[in-house]
Write a protein that binds this ligand. Structure first.
Ligand SMILES: [Zn+2]
Length: 183
């Protein structure tokens, strides 16, 4: 952070504010403390007649790889609304939320994924500016080697252990160990 978003000062200091225990960007000109917190990514695990909808990414990062429809939650939106919005924006598909399927954290990227199990209302889908191809995969055809993100791999693996399970699965990713951890 180079400039104060409140007053425009370029004198920001990275210090531990009084009464705090973490370093924050603090503006000496207007006394604003700039708290930075993880971002929420809402997404879907969309299912239709036992098949799973994946989108082939048209944009970086991981262009050309397959992922579950997901994106940053917008202000003023619930995670459920965000998940269904991303589903439609990325694949033109529509569905209903069943339950929260997985929570997957990437502490080193300051991201938390909330993935909802979604029943698609039909097999209607398409390509968009964000997706080169939208496709329903039989379980045996899931392109495990070409999955874009760990959060998707985790959600799919956990889902396929028992597709009827209603429990939310929790996991996280540690970059140095290049490893997923389920809880
Ligand atoms: Zn300021």
């Amino acid at each position: 952070m180079n400039f104060c978003s409140n007053c425009g000062s370029n004198q920001l200091q990275f210090i531990v504010p009084e009464g705090d225990n973490k370093q924050r960007f603090v503006c000496p000109d207007c006394d604003t403390i700039h708290y930075q917190n993880p971002r929420i990514i809402a997404g879907c695990l969309p299912v239709f007649e036992g098949k799973i909808l994946l989108g082939k990414r048209a944009i970086d990062p991981r262009k050309g790889y397959w992922g579950l429809p997901a994106g940053f939650l917008e202000n003023g939106e619930t995670p459920e609304e965000g998940a269904l919005r991303e589903l439609h924006e990325e694949t033109l598909a529509k569905g209903h939320i069943k339950h929260l399927q997985s929570v997957f954290s990437l502490p080193q990227f300051n991201q938390v994924y909330l993935i909802y199990l979604v029943d698609l209302i039909s097999d209607e889908m398409g390509t968009t500016s964000e997706t080169l191809e939208s496709k329903l995969f039989e379980v045996k055809d899931i392109p495990w080697e070409d999955i874009a993100f760990e959060s998707t791999t985790f959600a799919l693996e956990e889902y396929l252990k028992n597709p009827e399970a209603k429990m939310t699965k929790r996991g996280h990713f540690i970059w140095e160990k290049e490893k997923r951890f389920g809880i």
